[in-house]
Design a protein around this ligand. Sequence first.
Ligand SMILES: C[S@@+](CC[C@H](N)C(=O)[O-])C[C@H]1O[C@@H](n2cnc3c(N)ncnc32)[C@H](O)[C@@H]1O
Length: 184
Amino acid sequence: MNLIQVVVDAFEEKTQTFPIGMSKKQSSYVESSSGVGRQIVLMLDFKKSDYFVDLGSGEGKFIQTIAGLSDCNFLGVEFSNSLHLESLSINSKSPNKERIHFAEDDISNFMNHLPEFVQPSSIIIYLYLVEYQLEQSVLKKQLVDLIDGGARMITYRHRLVGLEKWEYKHDEKFGIYIYWNKQN
Ligand SMILES: C[S@@+](CC[C@H](N)C(=O)[O-])C[C@H]1O[C@@H](n2cnc3c(N)ncnc32)[C@H](O)[C@@H]1O
């Protein structure tokens, strides 16, 4: 089987993405639309002290969209070197660049790139990725603990299994799911 065949087989039609943990060379890049960004800002109460974390941020254009609509801080984590470099280049021309940071890393290391003082209740995770590998991974546990501690999480185009104990808002038209712990 050649590389192209491997890549074609791994591609998830439903979400138009590749699984977490695939090699950088095989990663795909499909952007969330600006309409999705506007809808998320309408659905969530963004505070200035919040950190919006895009796990798998690509060229960071989605972060730029949300940054234009809100005044919080942003972290994008992307393991593809070329996409990461493009996100830096785009950000250097952004009016919101001071509030936006990009890290070249695997998403499972995202906590290493947030300032130490950031509390879970200020974290908003955004995930537009295939989830079936997430189900078994350390990252899922990390995200579950964060939501327990007060973080909010948004998934786009898929609903995460096993998060039923939390409240969620769902926008059917856009395929947006928002999870949070009501106790906080
Ligand atoms: C579907 S795109 C979404 C881009 C952006 N978040 C958006 O919504 O517009 C998914 C991105 O995740 C990146 N990615 C996939 N697995 C990753 C991993 N394990 N660590 C870091 N980035 C990853 C891919 O390279 C790709 O750029």
